[in-house]
Each structure stands twice: as structure tokens, then as C-alpha cells.
Design a protein. Structure first.
Length: 226
């Protein structure tokens, strides 16, 4: 009886000597609620200036976007560059956070057509082979990262670099910032007019002949005061 009693009364072995899982986080994430949730989950955080990705968890590079940030960076084309930069890592992941808090496909709130968002998500998955996880909120994001940090895998060497656009890509990037202008239309304009100045100075009729109604947005924005 004494032996049985001792089995159930022995205090469990302490795990205090077990090292905490550690992840590397871009310093711009310092004010994110995800960080406080990760600390509560027992994760050790090391802040660094990451050129690519927001979190490095073992051998996985993670880009995190709230729904607002996802839509706005999609419009500005910033997300397109970030997705291309993420290609430097073999294991990469995009987290879109906040589906319990905000509608992703709300045309009224974002001004972006719902099918354009769906098409962009499909492009990330199929063209760039980047898995996407949709999380409910910051706590759910932290739990995913916590689970990943405890998986057995090698740590990643931080050798990724910011992608530098060449001259043609820079010109195209600027033209694509106009409303409704995608890569195909931007290339068409630059092939015809050669410079941004020539595009701005072209008459609305010249632009309409080439790109139709999209010309109206270019002329309207080029005359707009700050």
C-alpha cells in the first residue's frame, strides 16, 4: 500500500530546466498583440530587423497580415513584392489574421472586388506555392506559431535579402499604383509611351485608344491636388 500511495503523492518532475521555444520576430511587430500572447504561451522572443518575413519559426518564414493590412498592401502592390521575397525560403507561410473580427470579402469596406481578392489568394497558393492560414484573431495566430515552434526541425539561417526592382520593374510598379492598372496594362502603356512623363502628358483620348476607360482614372489622379 505504501508503494501505491507514494506513486500518487510524488510531485511531478519540474520542467523549469527545459528551454523555452524561441522564435525570431521582426522589430516592427513589437506592438502586435500576437507578441504578448506568445509570451503568455511560454515562447521566448528575439527581436531583429528582418529584411524578409515577420516571424522566423525554426525553418519556416512567416508573413503575417491582418485583413486590413492584407487588402491595403494588395492594393498598393506591396504584398506582391513581399510574396516574391518570401520565395527565398523553402518553407514559407502567409497568415491572414482576423476572420472572426472582419469580413475579408466586403466590397463596401475595402472598395476591392471580392473576386479580385479571391484571385489574388489563388495566385499566392498556385503560382507562388505559399500556404495560407486564416486565423480568428491574434490569440489564434499566436497558438499556430506556438505549435510550429515546438515541432522538431532545424533553425533557419537568416540570409534572405530585400528584392531590388530593376529600372523597368520600378517604372511598372509606379504605373500599377494607378487605380485599375494591372501589370498587363502598365506594360502596354510603357511600351507605347516609354516614360511616365509621356504617359501623364498624353491626352485622355490617346490613352483611351490604348486602354479604354482606365484612362479616365490616370488623368483624374494626375490632376488631383494633395
Amino acid at each position: 500500500m505504501k508503494q501505491i500511495f507514494e506513486i500518487f503523492t510524488k510531485s511531478p518532475k519540474s520542467n523549469s530546466n527545459k528551454p523555452k521555444p524561441k522564435i525570431i520576430v521582426d522589430y516592427r511587430e513589437k506592438n502586435s498583440l500576437v507578441i504578448s500572447s506568445l509570451i503568455r504561451l511560454g515562447i521566448e522572443i528575439e527581436f531583429r530587423q528582418l529584411k524578409v518575413a515577420d516571424y522566423i519559426v525554426k525553418d519556416v518564414a512567416i508573413e503575417r497580415k491582418t485583413i486590413n493590412d492584407f487588402v491595403s498592401s494588395m492594393i498598393s502592390k506591396r504584398l506582391f513584392n513581399q510574396i516574391q521575397e518570401l520565395q527565398q525560403y523553402k518553407n514559407r507561410l502567409l497568415i491572414v489574421e482576423g476572420i472572426d473580427e472582419q469580413e475579408l470579402y466586403s466590397d463596401d469596406d475595402s472598395g476591392v472586388n471580392a473576386n479580385a481578392i479571391r484571385g489574388f489568394l489563388l495566385s499566392i497558393l498556385l503560382k507562388y506555392n505559399i500556404p495560407i492560414i486564416f486565423t480568428k484573431n491574434h490569440e489564434d495566430t499566436a497558438k499556430f506559431i506556438s505549435v510550429l515552434s515546438k515541432k522538431q526541425s532545424k533553425e533557419l539561417a537568416l540570409k534572405a535579402k530585400k528584392r531590388i526592382l530593376n529600372k523597368k520593374e520600378q517604372l511598372q510598379f509606379i504605373i500599377e499604383s494607378f487605380p485599375g492598372i494591372g501589370p498587363v496594362t502598365a506594360k502596354k502603356l510603357l511600351a507605347k509611351f516609354k516614360t511616365i512623363q509621356n504617359i501623364i502628358n498624353a491626352s485622355e483620348q490617346e490613352l483611351k485608344t490604348l486602354i479604354g476607360k482606365k484612362a479616365e482614372a490616370i488623368k483624374r489622379l494626375s490632376k488631383m491636388r494633395y
